[in-house]
Design a protein. Structure first.
Length: 320
């Protein structure tokens, strides 16, 4: 029986590199899980969740009656206390699905002398902590191509298990999939892929009307470009290296290209009603978590408003 072709040195090197990265990730996960739980706990403390009106059994709040609503919606007992009419609203209880994508590609395994944590570790901490927060708030969390949506209280354990056993080389951007119109997507990565790829991914993910949040995680050295003299820059994802005689001469062009890259991504997110933020690894993870959690609540309101407008437009067109 004939055997297949012998493995090349490149193949063997790729396998060894992947195995080494996997071993490093597994070894660091206990620390990352602990850090994620601490970050989630610090943000969750004092928050009142993302409560909103909708179908459900639990009372949420009273609001003023709006002209044109059915009179059957008036809460007459509450309205009898003064001269105004009030409607009793219930809290919306249907869980939504949020897809979280932590970039684990080779470019994320970078930490300058200015910080002690790689971009990959920060992305994982943020993903795990956000998953914990969302499940506590009654939502479901999934990882594109790796984990089906779950509302399990052990969501951090499920996410880490899915990441460890993910098939294939880690990619910078999520695999192609179509989230539902009531779902949200969170992208956590350095976004150093070519601009058309990043913009195209955002466009494809939002085509169904899903909400989204894009977070560019960067090392402070990638912001300030603190290099001078003769420097060799190595592209970590196989594009080779380049040696520069006077690195400081590249600073202005580098700053311009980064700003242009971000402006195009920001424009695409704004056009899709998505949010965009830059997070440096020398800042606390809880800082971004708090802001991101607030943006996700606002995103739900934007999506609900968009759907109401679509329904209204359809009704008007049908009437016409």
């Amino acid at each position: 029986m004939s055997s297949g072709p012998a493995a090349t040195e490149t193949d063997i090197g790729a396998v060894r590199s992947a195995a080494h990265q996997a071993a490093e990730l597994i070894a660091s996960l206990p620390r990352l899980i602990l850090e994620a739980r601490r970050a989630a706990a610090s943000v969750f403390h004092g928050l009142h969740g993302r409560r909103r009106a909708g179908p459900g059994e639990n009372f949420w709040q009273y609001r003023r009656f709006v002209a044109g609503e059915p009179a059957s919606r008036v809460d007459w007992r509450r309205s009898a206390r003064d001269d105004l009419l009030y409607v009793r609203e219930r809290e919306w209880e249907a869980a939504r699905t949020i897809w979280i994508w932590p970039d684990r590609s080779p470019s994320m395994v970078f930490a300058s002398s200015l910080v002690q944590e790689t971009k990959r570790d920060r992305a994982l901490v943020l993903a795990l902590a956000l998953g914990e927060l969302l499940v506590r708030g009654g939502e479901r969390v999934g990882i594109p191509g790796a984990m089906r949506p779950t509302a399990s209280r052990a969501v951090i354990d499920r996410m880490t298990d899915a990441i460890i056993h993910a098939v294939g080389e880690p990619q910078s951007l999520p695999p192609a999939f179509t989230p539902g119109p009531r779902e949200e997507v969170v992208l956590l990565g350095d976004l150093w892929s070519p601009t058309p790829q990043v913009v195209g991914t955002i466009a494809n993910l939002s085509i169904s009307g899903a909400g989204g949040h894009v977070v560019q995680i960067v090392d402070p050295a990638e912001e300030s470009f603190p290099y001078s003299g003769r420097i060799e820059f190595l592209e970590p994802e196989g594009a080779g290296s380049i040696t520069v005689g006077r690195a400081e001469a590249w600073a202005a062009d580098y700053t311009y290209r980064v700003a242009r890259h971000r402006s195009l991504i920001r424009a695409e997110t704004a056009r899709r009603d998505w949010s965009f933020a830059v997070h440096r690894t020398d800042r606390p993870a809880s800082e971004l978590l708090l802001a991101l959690h607030a943006r996700m609540g606002s995103s739900h309101d934007v999506l609900a408003h968009r759907r109401r407008n679509m329904v209204t437009t359809t009704v008007v067109e049908d009437a016409a």
